[in-house]
Design a binder for this molecule. Structure first.
Ligand SMILES: Cc1ncc(COP(=O)(O)O)c(C=O)c1O
Length: 511
């Protein structure tokens, strides 16, 4: 039965992000069911999903509360066009997402800004246009509106389009360019490839892409244990020197806050976000934060952009499991890191249904609010925008985060995962550059002297194949191996994933 399914598959199905020829030797895995971090195959094998099925299964497969929410909503209505209609669950979800994303309320008026050269609290200099994220937007209620779509790439495209149109509608027609980060990734549509930096995925389509400024020299760090985790001062002058020449032309800077997933599971200092905010405010440039992979608890907070905050929570249990963040005085002043546009997907529905959202400020929204004849409306539409089944699941996801203390689990089990991966390096000199934060841990396969392996050997791919044989889905990024399990994975399963990785490495690197 399995072999005939594979034959039929190879005859008709073109799989995503794959060289199809690879499947001739190593066929796709025939899935029949999945539960928690376990994927059950037609031939009886059980595979541990160590990468949360492309980073979306934040709560594992078939979480009963999410499935129940889906079923219950399906009995009421599954989808009605969102233009010209509304419903209570979608309005309430907007309210909940805004409450999650808005910065916590300060307990007392913030201290005067620190005198920190080029730093988070730097005063805007030479600001000739009103700041997009202006002070009149109170810090307590920064985000004010939510726009829905149905996948991550589209959310990013929406944010790019909104930023461009908003700049034009505030009289800044010259601001048509975007800055993005080295090793950045924002999706697979032409617009998102244009602001990404991964030639592997974008090179064939260069003729369709628009030019963007790619910022180099990022403050890469190994994670919160890195002594310079909250300090990007060494790298900032070189970054600012790249931005300054385009200060009058940029519509927005787009970035994945703290965690660059597809670009190799790299972490950079959260301090960079505060520096971007100060620079953008000074020059009238918007910030677009793509939290599609980093958000919904993956890095230990509901949003990775909140990592530099003090110990105050965001309404979600167990934010206070995070140790007070060194570097920024806690609990206040809070460094201003919040973007003008925040893109969410993946964890938003924990991978049960497609959904994405773009949160923005009322200041941005007001630029679109005019008589119809002024042609200022945001006329973007996707058929499935705000799909009711997905909205119901997103509510259940937020309930589970709250009631099952998901962030508390990440705070406890994340360090177990980090330490476990790090320990593998004690006896394996080809493992380099350990890095970890929240429920992500990554390591590079290299020569013992640290130089890269020959890509033609496809070492990461061979480790992946071995891991599947041994019972775990550990899809690498080139020669980077990483664990990105569901956030609620138990320690015993994390250990099983680490054991499979260790055994697979030993099998491939056997002298
Ligand atoms: C940071 C980031 N942005 C955008 C996307 C694109 O999302 P989607 O695959 O849903 O289009 C991804 C997907 O992995 C991502 O990691």
């Amino acid at each position: 039965m399995t072999s005939s399914l594979i034959e039929r598959d190879l005859a008709v199905l073109w799989h995503p992000c794959s060289q199809m020829r690879d499947y001739r030797d190593f066929p796709p895995l025939p899935v029949v069911s999945a539960q928690g971090c376990r994927i059950h195959l037609a031939d009886g094998r059980v595979i541990l999903d160590a990468i949360s099925s492309w980073w979306c299964k934040a709560l594992g497969h078939a979480h009963p509360r999410l499935i129940a929410a889906l079923e219950q909503q399906a009995r009421a209505f599954e989808h009605v066009i969102l233009a010209n209609t509304t419903n209570e669950p979608i309005v309430r979800l907007c309210e909940r997402l805004l409450a999650m994303a808005n910065p916590p309320e300060p307990p007392e008026p913030p201290e005067p800004p620190e005198a920190k050269t080029g730093g988070a609290t730097q005063q805007p200099v030479g600001c000739c246009v009103p700041c997009p994220s202006s002070a009149q937007n109170s810090i307590q209620r920064h985000f004010g509106k939510v726009f829905f779509a149905d996948n991550g790439s589209t959310a990013v495209e929406i944010a790019l389009k909104m930023a461009l149109q908003a700049q034009a509608q505030r009289g800044q027609n010259r601001r048509t360019r975007f800055a993005c980060l080295e090793n950045g990734y924002h999706g697979e549509t032409v617009g998102t490839l244009s602001v990404g930096d991964l030639g592997l995925y974008s090179d064939p389509y260069r003729a369709l892409m628009f030019p963007a400024l790619t910022i180099h020299n990022l403050p890469y760090r190994t994670g919160p244990d890195d002594p310079r985790w909250l300090d990007a001062s060494a790298e900032w002058p070189a970054i600012q020197a790249q931005l300054d020449p385009l200060a009058d032309e940029l519509a927005a800077i787009i970035y994945e806050p703290v965690l660059q997933a597809a670009g190799g599971m790299r972490f950079y200092s959260p301090d960079l976000l505060a520096r971007f905010r100060a620079w953008a405010d000074a020059h009238g440039v918007y910030l677009i934060a793509d939290e599609i992979a980093s958000g919904f608890g993956r890095c230990g907070r509901m949003l990775a952009g909140q990592l530099g905050y003090g110990v105050q929570g965001t309404g979600y249990r167990s934010n206070n499991h995070n140790p007070p963040t060194a570097g920024f005085p806690t609990p206040y002043p809070v460094p201003r890191t919040h973007p003008d546009f925040l893109c969410l997907s993946k964890g938003l529905t924990a991978g049960v249904t497609p959904l994405s959202a773009v949160l923005t400020t009322n200041a941005v929204y007001d630029l679109f609010d005019a008589d119809y004849s002024a042609r200022k409306a945001f006329l973007h539409s996707n058929t499935y925008t705000g799909h009711a089944l997905a909205i119901a699941v997103a509510h259940a996801v937020l309930d589970v985060f709250n009631e099952e203390d998901v962030l508390g689990h990440v705070a406890t089990c994340g360090p177990f995962l980090h330490a476990g991966l790090r320990r593998l390096g004690d006896t394996r000199p080809y493992l380099h550059n350990f890095r970890a934060c929240g429920m992500v841990a990554a390591v590079d396969l290299r020569q013992p002297d640290g130089s890269p392996l020959d890509p033609a050997w496809r070492t990461g791919y061979r480790v992946y194949q071995e891991a599947v044989r041994r019972g775990a889905l550990l899809r690498p990024l080139g020669d980077t191996m990483y664990l990105f399990p569901p956030l609620n994975t138990q320690e015993s399963d994390l250990q099983a994933m680490l054991d499979v990785l260790a055994g697979s490495l030993d099998a491939i690197f056997r002298p």
